[in-house]
Design a protein around this ligand. Sequence first.
Ligand code: OGA
Ligand code: NI
Length: 352
Amino acid sequence: MGEVDPAFIQEPEHRPRISYIEGKGVPLIDLSPILSSSNVSAIEFEGLVKQVGDACKEWGFFQVINHGVPLEMREKIDGASRKFFAQSLEEKRKVRRNEKEVSGYYDTEHTKNVRDWKEVFDFTIEEPTIASASHEPDDTELTEWNNQWPEYPPDLREICQEYGQEMVKLAYKLMELIARSLGLPADRFHGFFKDQTSFIRLNHYPPCPNPELALGVGRHKDGGALTILAEDDVGGLEVKRKTDGEWVRVKPTPDAYIINVGDIIQVWSNDRYESLEHRAMVNSEKERFSFPFFFNPAHYTLIKPLEELTNEQNPAKYRAYNWGKFMNNRKRSDFQKLNVENLQIYHFKISE
Ligand code: OGA
Ligand code: NI
């Protein structure tokens, strides 16, 4: 491939810098105190809660090590994903996302109207609880969220679903720490995820001839509750530092997961924690793989600031919105290449 198609070219102010800041980076948190639940001291636990709270407040991002997810699971999804993306475009397009199915393969995603230098495969977590969901179907139901599985590699589905279950376990643990850091009971958020709409995206960023003009994924915020990202050792994720607005590169840490607060936690916490912008650079030599898990509540959830975190002095900063409707709109809007920015949560912000 020669020069990049103009559809991929970022406006000058959004282009990545080739030399980048790696200074004071995203905090690294060791989760081992909660791995062995039997003999964790209260002091150790409170220390961990404080680290998580500080990271959420100051960065909206942190990395975790000793998280309890077996390395083998991660290696398996990485291997299966490489096999899937190595196939011909024709083969991959057999499970292509379309007007009816929003899961599957997709290679023309746009973020804020500029095409991303990537191809993706999306699937939702197939939870046994979904079949016995305790609610009546309504118009926010994500009926079109059926997974499409490719023929090859044949074990992709099983590997992906196993990995998904590990992500769900880790996500609950992280939500407990976040709840405690906000002064709430550890299980405060659990109920929202009973019929969860979480999904995983396999990202493949091929080498790009002009990495200074394009981005693997353009600047954006994650719309869900929490994101747990696994990435390979190539690196490219950049986070907009809250203190000074600088783009800071996250250095890949072997077997670590990168966690970020999404828009929903921002609303639940009434802006105590913020969902921050991030983007991914590409490079001219190496391809890169990453696997974000998006932890999302049930489609019928009304997202609004938690009552415990609001009062007369600190009134709710957002109007309630229905998660299923919001997500359906968002899915449809980026499918049609519209600018998704006006569908962000700011739409629901109560002006001060
Ligand atoms: C995303 C995302 C970053 C990465 O898919 O939402 O932010 O490094 N990905 O792949
Ligand atoms: Ni993201």
